[in-house]
Design a protein. Structure first.
Length: 375
């Protein structure tokens, strides 16, 4: 085999290997996305008795300063270095796609989707909308920790902060960056393994938002159709408290969504939580279950029911009777200072510093809830 034939064989083998390197944001291989602009192979003698080659790979990223460029380059380097039949020394040259090439890529991706990808027949994504009758019951904390749990269990997980008025997921996940804009298509920000989008990630989000009706529904539609989500296993939506426009918009836009009602034990919370679940009588949305938050506080070995008891079961029983199908109480979660402390620090309380599920009763409770929802 002559040198040119050998070089081409190595190039072909490397392209096949690079076909398994996935862009973390777009969920496609770097070869499918046209990010590999070229590969050059040059003989470099021998190394330990094996033929050696210098390999230059020209990579074109989608945008300048791509936030995951180090990850992509690292994965490309590892794929080349693992080539078994020769000793390869990789050198990665990083550039940015031309405007024309990026426009063609985005147009192709948009053409595949064309509309809300989660409403298509046969979609595999399980969608859970987290609702509450009133604010202050820890709905967003439940959403954040449940999303982090799904991701830690290995599910491709996405979350939409659909609480337009009181968005809090960016803070709970420690997100301070904005989504990457690819010619009008947004890349969700990934934190602790979860793909996130929130109005709180955009400039001017600190101002009061007074959207109603059609404009509010359009915000949700944009989060669904103008963001490249790929094909996540799980999509969570953190709804605004109550039974207002956003809950109805979710039901209309995502009829396959399943509602999870969050309450605290006291009657003042559980009574209004029932109304949040009864939205399902007016719209095509199944109520999957109830989560009771702040059920107790452990103080020196004594379990204190600070907010009373029984609210979660009352909500479950009333919704079961009203809706005509079983709505179980799926979890009772304690009141823990670390949930607030870690959340304010930007890390869901169910995770350790390494991003894995912590070996705590709280993490075990959320893992049990996640598995039950996917059953």
């Amino acid at each position: 085999m002559d040198a040119n034939t050998t070089d081409q064989a190595i190039k072909d083998a490397l392209m096949a290997r690079l076909g398994k390197v996935i862009d973390p944001e777009l969920g496609r291989s770097v070869t499918d996305l046209g990010m590999i602009a070229g590969i050059d192979v040059a003989p470099a003698g021998t190394d330990g008795g094996r033929p050696a080659y210098d390999v230059t790979v020209r990579v074109e990223l989608t945008v300048p300063g791509c936030p995951l460029s180090d990850t992509i380059v690292g994965n490309i380097t590892a794929a080349i270095a693992s080539y078994p039949d020769a000793a390869l020394t990789p050198r990665i040259e990083v550039a940015t796609m031309s405007e024309a090439k990026l426009a063609d890529l985005v147009a192709g991706l948009k053409a595949e989707r064309k509309r809300n990808p989660f409403a298509k027949p046969g979609v595999k994504t399980r969608i859970f909308a987290i609702a509450s009758g009133k604010g202050g019951v820890g709905k967003s904390s439940v959403t954040a920790n449940l999303a982090a749990t799904f991701a830690a269990l290995g599910y491709d997980t996405a979350a939409i902060d659909a609480d337009i008025y009181g968005f809090s997921l960016p803070g709970l996940f420690g997100v301070t960056s904005q989504p990457t804009n690819l010619n009008g298509m947004l890349m969700p920000v990934t934190a602790w393994g979860v793909k996130l989008i929130s109005i709180g990630m955009f400039a001017g989000a600190d101002r009061a938002i007074l959207w109603r009706g059609p404009r509010l529904q359009r915000s949700l539609e944009q989060f669904l159709s103008d963001v490249w989500w790929g094909e996540p296993d799980v999509l969570l939506l953190d709804l605004a408290p109550g039974t207002g426009d956003m809950a109805i918009s979710v039901a209309q836009t995502l009829p396959n969504a399943e509602l999870i009602v969050v309450t605290t034990p006291q009657p003042s919370a559980s009574d209004v939580a029932v109304r949040a679940g009864l939205v399902a009588l007016q719209v095509p949305m199944r109520v999957r279950g109830v989560v009771e938050n702040m059920s107790w506080f452990d103080h020196h070995g004594e379990r204190l029911e600070i907010f009373g008891h029984g609210g979660g079961q009352r909500v479950a029983d009333q919704l079961t009777a009203a809706l005509g199908h079983d709505v179980p109480l799926m979890a009772q979660l304690p009141l823990l200072p670390e949930v607030r402390e870690r959340g304010e620090a930007g890390r869901p309380a169910v995770l350790g510093a390494d991003g894995r599920l912590a070996g705590t009763p709280l993490a075990e409770s959320f893992a049990g809830l996640a598995r039950a929802l996917m059953a």
